[in-house]
Write a protein that binds this ligand. Structure first.
Ligand code: AMP
Length: 280
């Protein structure tokens, strides 16, 4: 497995791969890898011949008061995990490589990005679409693999790929959870025992919402009210939003429609911002 930091070098390497007729899959990550990330690598292995994982904590997707500086990092461990999973190339650029002085061009999707996380993190998706576009241009993958854990991110990227006629296929993979239901996240490392117990309430509350739907209560407001109520029973868990949206357009849905609706949740557990979702 190769570890490459420079754009020129990665381009040169991938030219050989392409000329050999191999299909490339890119798995973009911010590192501190866990089984959720590794499941995306497994998915990539199923569909492509050459797997590239990018490990880059992208500053432009963090707001000024957010946890960019405290974001967990362990590049050596990430590289070991990638190698064990059969990754061919890890691209780990520096900030100077990705955002040289005088950088001033951004990619912005302004519809799907304006709801849910886009409200509380108004510059977040602009940072995401910009870095993903840059990675697509550098790697030129045939496939890009993303986790449904970040459902809104997937929808925004799919929209960008469609609107800008990008020549690649977006592939998604289900959310990987801890045995007790907590969605895996690099940020979980910041949860001590009481915070972790509080965080678990997100999945528990969403599951109560699903129970209502299973019983035939399809009114979104009714389900949302139940999820908020369940989350509010934990003092250190603060709801940012609970929404039921169309999985493609991110538009709110009055009624839950099986196979189309997704329940999306964001919450603070003290200083840690967590998101999760459940598809109906
Ligand atoms: P991140 O490093 O958090 O930016 O995530 C990189 C990729 O991994 C994104 O496509 C995420 O959706 C995906 N991902 C993160 N957590 C999980 C998880 N628990 N299950 C599946 N995919 C995940």
């Amino acid at each position: 497995m190769q570890r490459i930091k420079s754009i020129q070098e990665v381009r040169k390497e991938l030219e050989f791969v392409k000329s050999a007729g191999k299909k490339i899959a890119l798995v973009p990550t911010m590192g501190f890898l866990h089984e959720g990330h590794l499941s995306l690598i497994d998915k990539a292995q199923e569909i492509a011949d050459f797997i590239v994982v990018s490990v880059y904590v992208n500053p432009t997707q963090f707001g000024l008061s957010e946890d960019f500086n405290g974001y967990p990092k362990d590049f050596e461990r990430d590289a070991t995990l990638c190698e064990e999973r059969g990754v061919h190339l890890v691209f780990e650029p520096s900030n100077e490589v990705m955002y040289p002085d005088n950088f001033s061009t951004y990619v912005e999707e302004d519809k799907l990005s304006s709801v849910m996380c886009g409200v509380s993190r108004p510059t977040h998706f602009k940072g995401v679409t910009t870095i993903i576009m840059k990675l697509f241009n550098i790697i030129q993958p045939d496939f890009a693999v993303f986790g449904n854990k970040d459902m809104q991110q997937v929808a925004v990227i799919r929209k960008m790929v469609h609107d800008l006629n990008l020549n690649l296929q977006v592939v998604t993979s289900p959310t990987v959870r801890e045995p007790d239901g907590l969605a895996m996240s690099s940020r979980n490392i910041r949860l001590d025992e009481p915070k972790r117990i509080a965080a678990l309430n997100i999945y528990r509350a969403m599951s109560e919402g699903r129970k209502l739907v299973n019983k035939g209560f399809l009114n979104s407001d009714r389900v949302i009210a139940e999820v908020i109520h369940q989350m509010s029973t934990t003092r250190i868990l603060r709801v940012i939003y609970v929404s039921i949206v169309d999985r493609d357009t991110m538009e709110p849905m009055r009624e839950v429609v099986e196979g189309r609706s997704v329940l999306c949740v964001a919450a603070w557990v003290e200083q840690v911002r967590l998101i999760d979702n459940l598809e109906f």
